[in-house]
Design a binder for this molecule. Structure first.
Ligand code: ATP
Length: 235
């Protein structure tokens, strides 16, 4: 579904992604794990067209997207949940969800999808008339994920959904990620510093260090890999 071939991107004189190649197949959860500043967010933003791809190729469903604008990439079915959530703080939960469905006009299906995200995150249903800015960090993460789901993406890009959340909430978020894959057949590309949790839900993973992929394999093989254990799993 998604293929990166030797992709480079960065900021000004800084090259943050230094020739990355990876693949995400339909129906998979793929995780990209790595330390602070390794280039995870830049990789996601390059896929979304927020950061320009300087060289290499990105294809989505067989079509090259590296030169397309972000809105076109979203319309094609790729949706990113950014690090730090970036929900609309002045809008209510319900209005945030409506914003996620901005490009759609199938009212009946939109209503059905709102019911679906409320079933995934019942707390959001309770808080539907509350403004986004008054939600807890975990609830804002749930809202950011739900808002993206309202666009009915084929590929959901999640940037560090566990960041800054309490262990119990992190557990819930990862359970929902697994559920989204199972129930809605959405393909998920998950960027995480929390390698342990990410590899528990993922089918396969890639390790990024200093802008380059250093290791890849099935989630089980990465969990069993001694170097990954030492560097990322605290074992
Ligand atoms: P984190 O978990 O901290 O978000 P990351 O793996 O997502 O880390 P990136 O945010 O992609 O890493 O950063 C990769 C490199 O690019 C780092 O050296 C970072 O300092 C640099 N960088 C990121 N954003 C910018 C920016 N807007 N301008 C300049 N350099 C940046």
């Amino acid at each position: 579904m998604l293929k990166l071939e030797n992709v480079q991107s960065g900021y000004g004189n800084i090259l943050a992604v230094k020739g990355i190649s990876l693949e995400v197949n339909q129906g998979e959860i793929i995780t990209l794990i790595g330390a602070n500043g390794a280039g995870k967010s830049t990789t996601l933003m390059t896929i979304s067209g927020i950061v320009r791809c300087r060289s290499g190729k990105i294809s989505f469903n067989g079509k090259e997207i590296q030169d397309l604008e972000t809105d076109v990439i979203v319309k094609m079915g790729v949706c990113q949940v950014p690090e730090g959530r970036h929900i609309f703080p002045q809008l209510t939960v319900r209005e945030n969800l409506d914003m996620g469905a901005f490009l759609r006009n199938d009212k009946v299906a939109i209503k059905k999808d709102i019911d679906y995200v409320f079933s995934l995150f019942p707390i959001l249903a309770e808080r539907r008339n509350q403004t986004g800015g008054t939600l807890s960090g975990g609830e804002q993460q749930m809202l950011a994920m739900s808002r993206s789901l309202m666009a009915r993406p084929q590929l959901l890009l999640l940037d560090e959904p566990s960041m800054g959340l309490a262990p119990l909430i992190i557990k819930q978020i990862f359970e929902i990620i697994a559920k989204i894959k199972k129930e809605s057949n959405t393909t998920i590309f998950l960027v995480e510093q929390n390698a342990n949790q990410a590899l528990q839900v993922a089918d396969r993973g890639y390790v990024i260090e200093n802008g380059k992929i250093t290791t890849s394999g099935s989630a089980e093989s990465l969990l069993a890999n001694e170097e990954v254990q030492k560097a990322y799993l605290g074992i």
